[in-house]
Design a protein around this ligand. Structure first.
Ligand code: ZN
Length: 171
């Protein structure tokens, strides 16, 4: 994973619903579009594939980290442990795991997520991720393109049967 560039303060303001990157030409994409593009096409698919392989050994289905029910891969979502979606945590693999829609969007599954993180990563990592959220990081288009290439390769590796988990814990 390439290191994110550190510069300005994270932006918390979410603008009102705009056209998705899918419905406009690339040269009109804003930074938000670039981030969504990486999320939709590579990062979220990567996280869900990783957690399917990790929890069931199959790329087709996986366990929600908070309710532990098994769902088909396409019904899982990539849910953040630390809320806020700042640039500093948006694409941090250790902060994002497969969750079902209900746990990610309907229930407040924070206690269960906390318990999972404690078991998989330990308290020190939890503290680090919480602090990390407010770090001054601003993603750039170059970084996003590089990350897109990186996750393309990682997904291919997974689908080719190389279930390599390079980091400790879940990642
Ligand atoms: Zn769930």
């Amino acid at each position: 994973m390439p290191a994110a560039k550190t510069s300005k303060r994270p932006k918390y303001k979410r603008k009102k619903k705009k056209l998705s990157w899918r419905s406009k030409p690339e040269k009109k994409w804003t930074l938000v579009d670039w981030k969504e593009w990486l999320w939709d096409t590579k990062f979220s698919p990567y996280i869900r594939l990783r957690d399917c392989l990790r929890t069931t050994g199959s790329p087709d289905c996986g366990q929600c980290v908070t309710c532990h029910k098994v769902y088909p891969r396409n019904r899982l979502q990539a849910g953040h442990f630390v809320p806020g979606r700042t640039d500093a945590i948006l694409f941090d693999e250790d902060c994002v795991h497969a969750q079902c829609y209900r746990c990610n969007c309907v229930l407040d599954a924070w206690p269960e997520y906390y318990r999972f993180m404690q078991k998989e990563y330990g308290q020190e990592k939890i503290e680090q991720l919480i602090d990390q959220r407010d770090e001054k990081v601003e993603l750039t288009v170059d970084w996003i393109k590089e990350a897109h290439e990186y996750y393309t390769k990682r997904i291919e590796e997974f689908l080719n049967g190389n279930n390599v988990f390079p980091d400790e814990g879940v990642g």
